[in-house]
Design a protein around this ligand. Structure first.
Ligand SMILES: Cc1cc2nc3c(=O)[nH]c(=O)nc-3n(C[C@H](O)[C@H](O)[C@H](O)COP(=O)(O)OP(=O)(O)OC[C@H]3O[C@@H](n4cnc5c(N)ncnc54)[C@H](O)[C@@H]3O)c2cc1C
Length: 603
């Protein structure tokens, strides 16, 4: 059995989704402070490559000169940056997922290139790593690792994006069993303009088993130049304009049977499993982009003068810089915490066994969706604030804020829209609760008993994070309380109440983000880093998250109860949410002064 050696920093295996009903300690979680020396070096190498090679080529990239993008991916390959997820025997470095996420974060200094790179190393390569036959791996992985081949992933169609299982593209096995003939059209395919290898999903008739006679999603490896495969014209996009996005047209496209990836009818496993990885990596890339934007915002704020001062001296500018710094801090915390949990789970899994890998990753579907939603929305707020810091200059092309603003928007759409990811979060938790996989129901029952018994003494905590921990405790209780009330009212029909599902997801997301920040700050308190600033960031975020949780809980309760019942529930809500507010204005000023002094995000 080929298993990955657990990284020296691996945490213990923590079941996915369990954070709501447990109290993990800082030692249970992995944060950037836990990076190994090797991981730090890889971060630095990647960041230097992105700054020195990619950013200066920005104009050519944005002009869709794909020879430049190809050359840069090749250069990245020469540094080993495209091969961390590929097994050694196929020319890869076979490293942990945290390292892969570090690369995704640090390469993200030019949006279009970041998307091209991620599509190649992620959705373009991983399907073969996990589901390829030894022959397919031998044939393609060394070329993908070296950058000789560029990969792409073709799942979406013009009439089915979120609803990907509803694809119309069909594959039919030839009568001699030697090939499949594909007909249909794929849409929005990243890297299509210059990719050499496409993982294409089509419906194909299943011959045996419970789905025999039905057409189910199936994956195929199709090389550029295969007769019947035509690449359509480039889309003209709002952002990431330098990335390639084209349709694929398949007209009697004959694919050798040897290029079937995985099994007929099992393509949905490949599609969705790869998307989970895509989601957390998108999160890392969003954090990297936010860090870059913050750096630009700081530089500009220190140079620009108004009313006889640099604008960095104004409280309302400092507030935005602090918010961006907090975004990066919390984003890193929840992203790396999640990836490391996946690493810990994968460490004990046979790397040749796709089903086992799939199961291990699927267990963290909630966390992957949280990372995707939280980080993409955080980045959208940061780019917006940075445009505002630049004032009128933020609105013109010559300044970096304008492109960052446009480039950010796609992150809420691809890798599953944020609506779909919110539905996944609540849906997955409720399903796990109903099946008994996750002990949410007993936790809700215990909470109900507790709140019905009236006000209780809160456990006393000491130290600078005491208030934040108390808020976290309340946040989890409120989330369980509102989720419990909604489940009780709608039972199995909760899935039809999308707005309620999304409001519950918002609470879950904020509780995870809040906890990740607090645990990270706590870890920094007893180790490396600027403890005062980390604590300030965790405290400000805890307040903000609690505000959001309270609003969402109120919305859920108002939807599920009325009259006396609603009034009772709102009394409980107020009791759970009660706290003395922290001075977030003062704390934000402290954070802004710190980043202004450092000239960048620095802990
Ligand atoms: C630049 C770019 C690059 C892309 N790269 C790739 C790629 O490399 N490979 C690939 O396969 N695809 C790619 N995509 C496709 C992308 O994944 C889809 O656009 C995305 O999944 C959304 O699908 P859609 O566009 O069909 O929107 P729809 O699914 O039609 O959604 C429209 C709206 O309805 C909402 N919605 C849909 N279903 C539900 C529901 N059940 N409940 C509530 N709301 C719902 C959505 O959230 C959205 O707001 C890319 C797209 C873009 C724009």
């Amino acid at each position: 059995m080929a298993t990955l050696a657990p990284a020296s920093t691996a945490t213990r295996v923590i079941p996915g989704g369990s954070f709501l009903i447990s109290n993990p300690s800082p030692a249970d979680c992995f944060f950037p402070e836990d990076f190994t020396e090797e991981q730090r070096q890889i971060a630095q190498t990647t960041a230097e490559f992105a700054l020195n090679e990619v950013v200066p080529a920005s104009d050519a990239i944005e002009a869709k000169d794909f020879s430049v993008t190809r050359r840069l991916i090749k250069q990245a390959s020469d540094l080993g940056l495209t091969s961390v997820d590929i097994p050694e025997e196929y020319g890869g470095l076979e490293m942990d997922k945290v390292t892969s996420a570090i690369i995704a974060e640090n390469i993200a200094k030019q949006g279009s290139f970041s998307v091209a790179f991620s599509a190649h190393v992620g959705i373009g390569t991983l399907p073969i790593v996990w589901y390829g036959t030894p022959e397919q791996k031998k044939k393609y992985l060394p070329k993908l690792a070296s950058g000789e081949f560029i990969g792409a992933y073709a799942l979406s169609e013009s009439t089915s994006g979120s609803d990907a299982l509803n694809a119309r593209t069909r594959a039919v096995l030839s009568s001699d069993g030697q090939s499949y003939v594909l007909n249909g059209e794929k849409m929005w395919i990243s890297n299509a303009g210059f990719a050499d290898l496409f993982t294409v999903f089509a419906r194909c008739e299943v011959k045996e088993g419970k789905d025999a006679g039905k057409e189910r999603l199936t994956a195929y490896l199709i090389e550029r130049g295969t007769p019947g495969l035509t690449i359509g014209s480039e889309e003209h996009k709002l952002g990431i304009r330098g990335s390639s996005t084209c349709p694929l047209i398949l007209t009697d496209c004959k694919v050798p049977a040897a290029n079937l990836l995985g099994e007929v009818g099992k393509g949905h496993h490949i599609a969705f499993n790869i998307l989970n990885v895509g989601r957390y990596k998108l999160g890392n890339a969003a954090v990297g982009a936010a860090r870059m934007c913050l750096g630009n915002g700081i530089r500009y704020a220190k140079e620009r003068k108004a009313f006889g001062k640099t604008i960095s001296e104004f409280g309302l500018i400092q507030e935005k810089l602090a918010a961006a710094a907090i975004g990066v801090f919390i984003g890193e915390a929840l992203s790396y915490r999640t990836v490391a949990m996946i690493d810990a789970a994968l460490a004990g899994v046979d790397q040749q066994d796709p089903a086992a890998i799939q199961k291990a990753i699927e267990d963290y579907a909630v966390e992957c969706s949280i990372v995707k939603v939280w980080d993409s929305e955080m980045l959208d707020q940061v780019v917006d604030d940075v445009v505002q810091i630049y004032g009128g200059y933020g609105y013109v092309e010559e300044y970096p804020a304008e492109r960052a603003y446009r480039d950010s928007r796609i992150n809420r759409i691809f890798e599953g829209t944020n609506e779909i990811n919110r539905l996944i979060i609540t849906g997955w938790l409720i399903k796990s609760a109903m099946s008994g996989k996750l002990a949410l129901m007993p936790a809700i029952k215990q909470l109900m008993d507790e709140v019905m018994a009236g006000p209780s003494e809160r456990p006393e905590r000491e130290g600078s994070l005491a208030e934040a921990y108390a808020l976290l405790d309340s946040a989890k209780k409120l989330t369980l309380f509102a989720a419990g009330a909604a489940t009780q009212k709608y039972m199995q029909q909760l899935a039809d109440q999308q707005e309620v599902m999304a409001a519950i997801a918002d609470m879950v997301i904020e509780a995870y983000a809040m906890e990740s920040g607090i645990l990270r700050a706590n870890k920094i308190l007893s180790g490396k880093g600027s403890a005062d600033i980390a604590t300030a960031m965790a405290r400000v975020y805890a307040e903000k998250a609690m505000e959001k949780i309270e609003i969402s809980a109120r919305r859920v309760l108002a939807a599920v109860a009325e009259g006396d019942m609603l009034r009772t529930q709102l009394t409980i809500l107020r009791r759970l949410a009660k706290h003395d507010p922290a001075d977030t204005i003062g704390l934000r000023r402290q954070i802004a002064q710190h980043v202004l002094r450092a000239g960048k995000y620095a802990l």
